[in-house]
Design a protein around this ligand. Structure first.
Ligand code: GAL
Length: 351
């Protein structure tokens, strides 16, 4: 068959069709721009389920954790349940359903939140407990400060000042495993004094939700039922110590009875300067938030996590990282919380 000369306009149309077809396009790009860039890696997403933001320290934890996660190129979604167990569980479910890579949780209730760990694992999501342990669950990792040591530091500081006398223990929330660890540390130090009759525990009560109001009510009850025969108070944190000192102030006893606290809240360190609170225990929160952020991102990448310690949670020995707290009183305020920028000198000394 003799190939007839195709009319020019027909050739033009064919070339155009070839040029506009997608295959052609890709073909045309490929040689020029090299291999197509891999699909943009989704940033790692961390879910952060918090108990509460109604206390100074947790606001810091939220901000410092967000900063630390984002500094690692990951994203974080944060919920706070303000002490409502059902709300915390439903917020965690939303994070699980949204497909976070790892779930970090500050439990309000150490037992009730075991359900969250179970649900997360069903979705293939690992769970890290932040500062507070989740009990009776297959928790993947626990990162906190050594809370027993916090209690020991409180009791050591107060027994140095009051080796004999009537002690009041204003505990933390019974739902919080830290409150139990703290109390264990306190009684480890007090026991020998109690056994030889030097120290008498005349009042010992948990404080619902760690609130100053509940601590104040507990302390008023202690003052009433002991006819003010109190020589020292160990309060589980600065928020509860604030409630205690308010009750002492009402009886004109503030500054006369040593009071221990925890957290180095601004109001707590200001009371130490003023002399109505004896000491607090400082926990550099940036260390905790950076450690958890680093481990959460590693976990999301499927990397091996080597946690140096193990903590029993009633079901398993949870791989754990326990950081060291710092006892603080008037003599080392400057070299601890102020040097760290946890509070400014102006704020602490209210200049
Ligand atoms: C504990 C925590 C303390 C204290 C308390 C109240 O679990 O370890 O630092 O702040 O909660 O929220």
């Amino acid at each position: 068959m003799k190939r007839r000369a195709k009319p020019i306009w027909l050739l033009g149309i064919i070339l155009m069709l070839v040029a506009c077809s997608p295959d052609a396009e890709r073909e045309s790009i490929k040689p020029e721009e090299g291999p197509p860039s891999p699909k943009e890696e989704e940033p790692i997403r961390i879910g952060f389920s918090m108990d509460t933001l109604l206390e100074e320290r947790w606001l810091k934890d939220r901000d410092l954790f967000k900063e630390a996660v984002e500094a690692l190129g990951a994203e974080v979604e944060i919920f706070a349940a303000n002490g409502d167990d059902a709300l915390q569980i439903s917020q965690a479910e939303r994070l699980i359903q949204s497909g976070v890579d790892v779930l970090v949780i500050v439990p309000h209730n150490a037992e009730a939140t075991a359900a969250i760990v179970h649900k997360a694992h069903l979705a293939g999501i690992k769970v890290i407990a932040y500062d507070r342990l989740v009990k009776n669950s297959n928790l993947d990792l626990y990162v906190s400060f050594d809370n027993e040591q916090v209690g020991e530091m409180q009791a050591k500081a107060i027994t140095e000042l009051v080796p004999k006398g009537n002690y009041v223990i204003i505990g933390g929330a019974i739902t919080d495993n830290n409150a139990h660890l703290l109390k264990k540390g306190v009684f480890k130090v007090l026991r020998p004094y109690i056994e030889n009759g030097d120290i008498n525990i005349i009042y010992d009560q948990w404080t619902k939700d760690w609130t100053p109001v509940n601590a104040n009510a507990n302390m008023e009850e202690a003052l009433r039922t002991t006819n003010l025969q109190i020589d020292a108070v160990i309060a589980a944190n600065d928020a509860t110590a604030g409630g205690v000192i308010e009750a002492l102030e009402a009886k004109g006893l503030a500054g006369q009875i040593p009071v221990a606290g925890q957290d180095a809240d601004l109001a707590g360190v200001q009371r130490i300067v003023k002399g109505t609170q004896t000491m607090t225990v400082y926990k550099p929160i940036h260390m905790l938030s950076e450690e958890v952020a680093k481990l959460a991102v590693s976990m999301a990448k499927g990397e091996n996590i080597n946690a140096g310690q193990k903590v029993k949670n009633g079901k398993i020995e949870v791989p754990s990282v326990l950081l060291t707290p710092i006892p603080v009183n008037k003599s080392n305020l400057n070299t601890t919380v102020i040097t760290d920028g946890f509070h400014s000198e102006e704020e602490v000394y209210q200049e």
